[in-house]
Design a protein. Structure first.
Length: 116
């Protein structure tokens, strides 16, 4: 099972216990231990593999032994998501800025009326 060695190696690199990783995955420590010890009869579920890949920032293909490159293949997608998030934040700030300008104009009108 190709997933065993990467699980041990990355858990060690991140200095996590089996319990830490199992908690993050939402499984029992004993289940996770079986993945590392090859005693589990099957490969982890797709959801578990995705969570592992995200936790260690590695590709699921690497965990499954389909590539020797542990880097995630979604780097460009992550950059696109970041750009979208930044654009959304800019739009929200522009809307806030416009609202504040309108409120300031109303306040200035009230001050002018009171001063007259």
């Amino acid at each position: 099972m190709p997933i065993v060695e990467p699980l041990k190696r990355f858990r060690g690199q991140f200095r996590k216990t089996q319990t830490d990783v199992a908690t993050k995955l939402g499984i029992k420590q004993a289940s996770y231990a079986q993945y590392e010890q090859k005693t589990r009869p099957s490969t982890p579920s797709a959801d578990t593999i995705i969570k592992l890949a995200q936790a260690y920032n590695i590709s699921a293909d690497y965990l499954l032994g389909l590539t020797d490159d542990p880097r995630p293949l979604v780097v460009e997608q992550q950059a696109a998501v970041s750009e979208t998030e930044n654009e959304n934040e800019i739009q929200a700030l522009k809307a806030d800025n416009q609202f504040l300008k309108e409120q300031l104009a109303k306040l200035a009108e009230r001050v002018d009326k009171l001063a007259s």
